[in-house]
Write a protein that binds this ligand. Structure first.
Ligand code: ZN
Length: 289
């Protein structure tokens, strides 16, 4: 199409539009006015509510099935629960236990999983993915978590970075992202306590959560880091454990954790250290170990 044709084509369009507008204006003048204001008045509360829902930040929870993310899902009622399948050694076990309403997406980071199960930058990737689903992003973290990609500084930096990247530009209107790490102000024990104070059920919490590095026949081993931390939180909230589990955990604490606490290298919060020692001394006082 050359330039002249282009101009006449556009002019034709304008003339057509003018004609259509003129016709509908005449028709509108000839017909009875519609009580449009009345109709709008009726619709405004509904429109207002719809707009509020559209612009309300959507809550996305990064869900692993472990106790932190499960408790947060109960306390915060997120719009989206997102599980990222990173193809780690324990992801199959986790996926098999996910509730129906959890959305599963894949990001294969398995090649970068270290022997200690740490994947460097893990939460940076996960939060980036979560921003596709909403603006208020919850990361299950509690006071004892030591990795820097669960720290308040990291949360603030990701909030800044994502809000910058979702600034108004040719492909998007502005989105304000917030990485929510409020749960990090509490220990696991305190987070469970908060859930229980809100009317939660400890048995439901116990059986709905699973996070174990070395499951035995699909059951928790009680001798790995996530198992022992779950035990401490539930034990201190008066969950009734069979003696065998208490013994397994106490032996794990004695061998793996107490030497670190004694040498000052166990750098979780003092609250959590105190919780661990209370549990250990309590089991010992019962004569189980
Ligand atoms: Zn375990």
């Amino acid at each position: 199409m050359d330039k002249n044709n282009d101009v006449s084509y556009v002019a034709g369009l304008i003339r057509g539009t003018e004609k259509a507008m003129f016709t509908s204006f005449k028709e509108a003048n000839n017909s009875k006015p519609e009580p449009i204001e009345e109709k709008l008045k009726e619709q405004i509360p509904i429109i207002g509510q719809t707009l509020l829902n559209i612009f309300k930040p959507r809550k996305v929870l990064l869900y692993s099935g472990g106790m932190d993310s499960w408790l947060l899902s109960e306390l915060e009622n997120p719009d989206v629960k997102l599980y990222v399948d990173m193809n780690t050694k324990y992801s199959k076990e986790e996926i098999s236990r996910l509730p129906q309403d959890v959305k599963v997406i894949k990001l294969d980071l398995g090649d970068w999983e270290r022997d200690d199960k740490i994947i460097p930058l893990r939460n940076m990737f996960l939060i980036g993915l979560a921003s596709y689903y909403g603006e208020e992003i919850y990361l299950g973290a509690t006071a004892g978590d030591r990795v820097l990609d669960k720290s308040f500084t990291f949360g603030n930096k990701m909030t800044d970075l994502l809000t910058y990247l979702y600034g108004e530009q040719h492909w998007t209107s502005k989105r304000d992202i917030n990485v929510n790490l409020e749960s990090k102000k509490l220990t696991k024990t305190q987070l469970l306590q908060k859930y229980l104070k809100n009317g939660g059920d400890i048995t439901k919490a116990f059986y709905s959560t699973f996070s174990c590095y070395n499951p035995i026949d699909g059951k928790e081993c009680w001798a790995c880091k996530p198992c022992f931390r779950k035990f401490v939180a539930f034990y201190l909230n008066f969950f009734d454990f069979p003696d065998e589990i208490c013994i397994t955990v106490a032996k794990y604490i004695e061998k793996e954790i107490i030497p670190q606490i004694q040498s000052g290298t166990y750098d979780r919060t003092l609250d959590e250290q105190e919780d661990i020692l209370t549990v250990y001394n309590n089991i010992k006082a019962k004569g189980l170990v």
